[in-house]
Write a protein that binds this ligand. Structure first.
Ligand SMILES: [Zn+2]
Length: 77
């Protein structure tokens, strides 16, 4: 398996888009709202079906991480 486009959201990965200019991170699912980072260089508009990115590609990067839904994520395995 390989990822070609970031528009693939079927895997429901915990993807954030990070602006390299201001360091803001925006979660991929914005519920069809265009959300901009602090400096405005990056805009994310995403929902279950698609993710649209606004701005120069070199100004943002894809970040994958666990979404913090709980405070206690530290578990000893
Ligand atoms: Zn920014």
């Amino acid at each position: 398996m390989f990822m070609t486009k970031i528009t693939e959201t079927k895997n429901k990965k915990e993807i954030y888009f990070k602006c390299k200019k201001c360091g803001d991170e925006i979660y991929w699912n914005t519920n069809k709202q265009m959300i901009h980072c602090k400096c405005g260089a990056l805009g994310v508009d995403g929902c279950e079906d698609y993710v649209r990115l606004l701005g120069d590609e070199k100004n943002h990067e894809e970040v994958m991480r666990e979404r913090k839904t709980e405070n206690n994520l530290t578990k000893s395995i």
